[in-house]
Ligand binder design. Structure first.
Ligand SMILES: C[S@@+](CC[C@H](N)C(=O)[O-])C[C@H]1O[C@@H](n2cnc3c(N)ncnc32)[C@H](O)[C@@H]1O
Length: 197
């Protein structure tokens, strides 16, 4: 876990919540509807404001959230009464039991990890999934010349084939890989759908 990134999210939690709450991650929602069985158990890792937890819950998924930032978790809990949230972090996910969920959503999180934590994070996301379970994971590169953007958040560069390879190295299958534009002209997103075999 990158402490500076989490401190930034904690210190400015209400600003990020206001920014994210009204965004609609269209590509991710299409992929969830396509690949996550309706009514299944979904763990949203790096759940942020809880926006996607709300959407999942309202669309019939049994949802749980995990985030490293207590400031963001507090907002997500307030917005989603009845949904279980846990303060925990990648790469270890130490509080989440093995083979305990059907699907994992991890959008806009993995690039916040130092490069040496990416493979252990992939291992632990697969560890918590049941066999046949699916994982949707998205990352974006830094918008600046350095991996750490001016606000202090780390954006480790992870090429799409590298993300896919990290999961394949742990025996998983890549079902789909998409590169899409972000809302901002200077942003692209790499999204992969993985199945635990
Ligand atoms: C850019 S936000 C994405 C939030 C949400 N998934 C979305 O798509 O809007 C990144 C989130 O990941 C969390 N995060 C960053 N590093 C983490 C780590 N190592 N373990 C768990 N959560 C982390 C942050 O606190 C923040 O809520």
């Amino acid at each position: 876990m990158d402490e500076r990134t989490i401190k930034q999210y904690d210190d400015f939690a209400s600003t990020y919540v206001a920014e994210w709450t009204h965004q609609t991650p269209v590509v991710v929602r299409q992929l969830v509807s396509k690949w996550f069985t309706h009514g299944s158990v979904v763990l949203d890792i790096g759940s942020g404001s809880g926006r996607d937890v709300s959407w999942l819950w309202n669309n019939g998924y049994k949802t749980q959230g995990v985030d490293a930032s207590i400031g963001l978790l507090n907002s997500a809990r307030l917005a989603n009464p009845g949904v279980p949230f846990t303060q925990d972090s990648l790469p270890l996910l130490a509080k989440i039991s093995s083979v305990s969920v059907d699907n994992v959503l991890c959008t806009a999180v993995l690039m916040h990890l130092p490069v040496g934590e990416i493979a252990p994070a992939a291992f632990n996301m697969l560890r918590v999934l049941r066999v046949g379970g699916r994982l949707i994971c998205s990352v974006r590169p830094s918008r600046e010349s350095e991996p750490r953007e001016a606000d202090g958040r780390l954006y480790t560069s992870i090429e799409p084939e590298v993300i896919a390879g990290v999961f394949r190295d742990h025996g998983a299958v890549v079902l789909e890989a998409i590169t899409s534009d972000g809302r901002r002209a200077d942003t692209i997103w790499h999204t992969v759908v993985i199945e635990k075999s």
